[in-house]
Design a protein around this ligand. Sequence first.
Ligand SMILES: *Cc1c(COP(=O)(O)O)cnc(C)c1O
Length: 425
Amino acid sequence: MPNAKPQQPFFHGSNNVLHVEQIALPNIAERFGTPCYVYSRAVITENWRAFSEQLPAPHKVCYAVKANSNLAVLQVLADLGAGFDVVSGGEIARVIRAGGKAADIVFSGVAKSDAEIRYALELGIGQFNVESDAELERISAIATAMQHTARISFRVNPDVDAKTHPYIATGLEDNKFGIPMQEALATYQRAATLPGIEIVGADCHIGSQLTEIEPFLAALERMLALVDSLTEVGIHLHHIDMGGGLGVTYTDEEPPQVASYIQAMLKRMADYPHLSLYLEPGRAIVANAGVLLTKVEYLKFNGHKHFIMVDAGMNDLLRPSLYQAHHDIVNVVASNAPEVHGDVVGPVCETGDFLGQNRTMRVAAGDLLAVKSAGAYGFTMSSNYNTRPRPPEIMVAGDQAFLIRARETLEDVWRGESLIPASEG
Ligand SMILES: *Cc1c(COP(=O)(O)O)cnc(C)c1O
């Protein structure tokens, strides 16, 4: 496994050609075309182990499926014994299809439908993370009618500032997620009286791409205070779930090491020997395990600004447009072309369609570029905007490359659409 460190998984090998594991990226471009997503199984595995080794049973790590839900990615993680955090019935079905066990699923999400709740109960998922009183009532009613018992945690909102982009901060008073901490005790007490409900834990998720430990510890403090007041009224929790959110290095961020983040929390929990810790990492497992491989179509100068126009757009990778997220973009093969300073933009008809702004690179038309750290919230947020078929996904394992999702055809793109009868006149 050459050089597959979590933050530096892709490396320039012989002749200064970018490789993933033992495969040179130009070979992938030739075989599968561009744009395409390329993931490293070794990096996913290594990132997973960094978590799982710190949290042996009865603690539990549940991979947040929405970060990258390709069946083969879920399969790799299921084979490693992962639990899964899901936010829809569709994600539950993916986990099962990929070989995951229902008992290892925790079901989060702010607006679970009747059908999703019923489906989850039929399969016997591990637990629901319940986000409101109304949802609790609904789960209780459905579980009772089905003569099942639903294991539940409440997602509480600890009201801590995750110090991240406002769109990915979820633990502030103003956010739609969870129940307010002030109401948590009363809500648990009501839940304890409802049929079809078994209380197992408490859950929070304060945001994503956090680069410091302090907000997690502040949230943990509030969760433990809740555990104390629940214990006083005779409600004993099996675990607390501190969600996901650990940041990764996109460019120069320095997030805490997985081990220090987990050990800091376990240390604070030492006084609670009967309480297990659950985590729901998504980005930290897959972000740096993937790149988006793209080709330069044209260089353009409008008399004022340079544009590097590539064949991947915001429909393929939305993060730069949606969150002003930075992804490093590098040459796949070292280039002697003249230096260009400008924006790396896609073919989509939107000014917001960029993958990178104000970059300086040596590029010429036809060159391959790799948009790095694209393994999380890349393909899963892609769309067919501008009738662009979504790109293929490739999993590299050692010296082999597997097509794990084919490039969409136009037939795929308009599947389910139909024409109406021709008008008479
Ligand atoms: C999105 C999400 C996660 C994963 O967040 P990352 O920042 O990718 O680790 C975990 N739990 C819940 C409830 C989520 O919504």
